[in-house]
Design a protein around this ligand. Structure first.
Ligand code: ADP
Ligand code: GLC
Length: 492
């Protein structure tokens, strides 16, 4: 392996402490994997109200300090708690460092529409750099993730460059989702107290009245990555670039796609504590039990002759559920299948799934909200996992599904295209079903095709087994990050 590096991981989410989506799984798993490989990792997360309310035992690290903003002084301290299952060879866990600034993060939600939202994330980024200073710890790599930490590369280059501590530090900015850019009115800069580095923001954009924190990260970081190879290409096109395609194209020689991994310590049916029966590729009996119990838990009629279809998702336009209303009611009425949905988000999607459930109460089960254990039981108890995403930077559930012998049915975009192989009836190879055109018809045709294959029990078993044997573990992916960190350090 490369020689041990000092690596900061800065993220707004980290499982199990604070999670709304895949970023939480990824920051935890990457931190854990790097730590176990002997790197000196410091993983920073805000100390949210929900973390505090969870009863997590923390210890204070260092003295309290404060950050000054125009007309405002923010007091903070760093709290530490071990990341579960992260022990390295010396038996030491990775200690997550929580930035405890009650004035900013003791709020009901992780993300807010409050006026001081940009100040919250500026403070988080500055607290990270100042904690490095206060502990005299000089990072090699500053790995920022998504817009919340988009300021870090600029702060490193121009805000804190006076400090020798950071002279060898290089930044990597990972884009997990271009759909969230951290866009605020340009005047927000006044409250962020950035002094002379204001001149380094995209001046044209500011003249348009817009401050864009994701764009700021893309401009100023030494290197960029995103979470699959296909998405790295897609975001350089007008269709998927969300207005940043030209900027991303201009940085294409410093942009790579590294597909996310799966933490099989958390997501594998042979060790999963949340499912009623264990199973593996050579013995699927336990999956049958998981399926029966899932149907019972969701109040659905038992023993369908067709497959159980699962969905676990944030409900946003990204996820493509608008393709469903044109096809699902008739499909569900005419076939002996079941649909199990776990998710929350936009009200229109929730209303739709509620309506569907009310119309077909024996066939459709829904749970609105966030429920980790149920997400595991849906992975284990379903036969098909549906992700008709409009776009998908990586997607984790399709990889979890593969491990649980649950065949993914996906739109071939982003990471879904990179991780699900089309079932080929001639060669009888592949791990799932894919469609390309973003249309209800294309989805419908693929669902019909899946039902045909379902009837061929041998084909289905071959597909399940192939999926369960695919290896998306972080062991491989962490090496890709190590190589990237080394390349960044060698170049700059
Ligand atoms: P995204 O990050 O875009 O939401 P991913 O597929 O990368 O999509 O990751 C989603 C993660 O969030 C998965 O671990 C999934 O199980 C989890 N998840 C999404 N919605 C819920 C929910 N309502 N309850 C529990 N877990 C959820
Ligand atoms: C984002 C993306 C998702 C990806 C996750 C973790 O939220 O929507 O596709 O898997 O980040 O990288």
């Amino acid at each position: 392996m490369t020689s041990p590096l000092r690596i900061v991981i800065a993220a707004s989410e980290c499982a199990p402490f604070a999670k709304t989506g895949g970023l939480a799984d990824v920051s935890a798993a990457l931190g854990r994997a790097l730590w176990r490989r002997g790197h000196d990792v410091r993983l920073f997360l805000p100390y949210y109200q929900k973390v505090d309310a969870s009863g997590l035992e923390t210890q204070a690290a260092g003295d309290a300090f404060h950050l000054d903003f125009p007309n405002r002084r923010v007091s903070l301290e760093i709290l530490k708690a071990p990341l579960p299952n992260s022990e390295n060879a010396a038996g030491e866990p990775l200690m997550v460092e929580f930035v405890n600034a009650p004035d900013l993060f003791d709020r009901e939600d992780f993300y807010t529409d409050d006026e001081d939202e940009p100040v919250r994330w500026t403070a988080f980024c500055r607290a990270i750099l100042e904690t490095c200073q206060r502990t005299h710890w000089s990072p090699d790599i500053l790995h920022a993730n998504d817009w919340h930490t988009g300021l870090l590369p600029l702060l490193l280059r121009e805000g804190y460059n006076w400090d020798d501590l950071f002279h060898g530090t290089r930044s990597l900015f990972s884009i997990h989702n271009l759909g969230y850019q951290g866009v605020f009115p340009a005047e927000s800069l006044d409250a962020m107290g950035l002094g002379k580095i204001r001149g380094s923001f995209h001046q044209e954009r500011l003249k348009e009245g817009v401050l864009n924190l994701l764009e700021t990260g893309i401009i100023h970081s030494h290197w960029l990555s995103t979470v699959s190879r296909t998405y790295a290409q897609e975001i350089q096109t007008e269709e998927h670039g969300m207005g940043l395609e030209d900027l991303l194209k201009s940085r294409s020689d410093h942009l790579v796609g590294i597909v996310n991994g799966v933490d099989y310590g958390e997501w594998s049916p042979d060790v999963d504590p949340h499912i009623p029966a264990a199973f593996g590729p050579d013995d699927l009996l336990g999956k049958r039990i998981c399926r029966d119990e899932l149907l019972e838990e969701m109040g659905l009629a038992p023993n369908p002759t067709g497959p159980v279809i699962g969905i676990v998702s944030r409900m946003t336009s990204q996820k493509g559920f608008e393709l469903l209303p044109d096809i699902l009611p008739v499909f569900l009425q005419s076939e002996d299948v079941r649909l199990v949905v776990l998710g929350s988000g936009d009200k229109a999607s929730e209303r739709y799934f509620q309506w569907l459930r009310d119309a077909l109460p024996n066939k459709v089960g829904v749970y609105f909200g966030y429920k980790n254990e149920l997400s595991h039981r849906i992975e284990a108890g379903s036969d098909i996992f549906m992700m008709p995403s409009r776009y998908e930077p990586c997607g984790l559930n399709q990889m979890y599904s593969l491990r649980y012998g649950t065949v993914p049915l996906v739109r071939a975009t982003g990471g879904l295209a990179d991780t699900v192989e089309r079932w080929n009836p001639e060669t009888r190879t592949g791990t799932g079903f894919r469609f390309y055109e973003f249309s209800s018809q294309a989805l419908h045709d693929t669902m019909k095709h899946a039902l045909e294959v379902w009837k061929d029990k041998e084909a289905w078993a071959a597909m399940q087994k192939a999926g369960m044997e695919r290896d998306f573990s972080w062991d491989a992916q962490v090496r890709a990050y190590e190589d990237l960190y080394s390349a960044v350090l060698a170049e700059f």
